[in-house]
Design a protein around this ligand. Structure first.
Ligand SMILES: [Zn+2]
Length: 295
């Protein structure tokens, strides 16, 4: 492989795998109104979103276990009570997105809502066996011991005037879920997307192409990526905000240099999909090259 290609590939992979940029995962971030009833309440480097339904709150993701008090403080800073959270939704059951959910659910009394595979992982406190990162020895997190409700692909969860739809986007984990909802203010409505990870990343020894233990997983990921690209999408909040530069936008809004209007980007979902299609293509090429080298 040419050095230039190798360097650009390393850059692309670094940009796509925020695990290399974990420095700001616990850095406090003031809560930011995304639009109308929807707020960013996560840390600087891991997304968590609060929706005020008018009849209770909905929280998306808990980020790291140690971030739970920070998320609760952000909710209070907005004038809401964590005990008013009725549902906690999860993108995917890895420690950096689900780790805080056990504590947040216990503190609030909220019902946790996830895909069936996600529910299995949350109850166990670690990734399911067919997760590409199942072998990660550092990947466990506090198990959820409070009520969990399993949601189906395409199902809409309703509370007050909020309606949030689950779109299964398997690939990064078998239970990965992207959540969408519409938020309206006066005459204007925007479509918000809580975009799950769709990067083809694994612990060593796992293959996305067919191997002895499973069939070809690549078409499933391509389908997830295509589905994400086609969503009505005015504001994308990826679970790793730095994957689209959302962390920098939030910092500018927090410092008063920009307003929440800067968050609207109708190309964001398509760009996100294109970015992770490149990651997948590189991963497939790498697996094919490794397989060829063995023969
Ligand atoms: Zn993950």
């Amino acid at each position: 492989m040419h050095t230039f290609l190798r360097a650009s590939l390393a850059l692309a992979v670094a940009a796509a795998l925020p695990v290399f940029a974990a420095g700001n995962w616990s850095e406090p971030q003031p809560p930011i109104r995304l639009y109308s009833n929807s707020y960013y309440v996560g840390s600087a480097g891991l997304s968590s979103v609060l929706i005020d339904s008018g009849e209770g709150l909905i929280l998306l993701d808990g980020t790291l276990p140690k971030n739970a008090p920070m998320i609760e403080a952000n909710i209070r800073a907005l004038g809401f009570k964590p005990t008013d959270i009725k549902y906690i939704l999860n993108s995917h059951a890895h420690f950096d997105h689900a780790g805080g959910i056990a504590a947040l659910a216990k503190d609030s009394g909220a019902t946790v809502v996830v895909s069936p595979s996600g529910a299995q992982a949350l109850r166990a406190g670690h990734a399911v066996a067919d997760d590409p990162q199942a072998a990660d020895a550092d990947g466990s997190f506090p198990a959820v011991t409070t009520p969990i409700r399993e949601i189906a692909d395409g199902e809409t969860l309703r509370l007050g005037h909020a309606a949030i739809t689950a779109h299964f986007t398997p690939g990064h984990t078998p239970g990965s879920t992207t959540w969408t909802w519409r938020s309206c203010e006066k005459q204007r409505c925007v479509d918000l997307v809580f975009g799950d990870s769709i990067n083809a990343v694994s612990t060593s020894g796992f293959h996305f192409l067919a191997d002895k233990t499973h069939g070809d997983l690549v078409p499933r990921i391509r389908q997830s990526i295509a589905m994400l690209a086609a969503l009505p999408c005015d504001i994308l909040v990826p679970v790793h905000p730095d994957s689209i530069g959302l962390d920098r936008k939030l910092a500018r809004i927090a410092s008063g240099e920009a307003t929440s209007d800067s968050l609207v980007d109708t190309h964001a979902c398509r760009d996100y999909a294109a970015q992770f299609t490149r990651v997948l293509d590189q991963r497939v090429a790498k697996e094919k090259a490794e397989a060829a080298a063995k023969h």
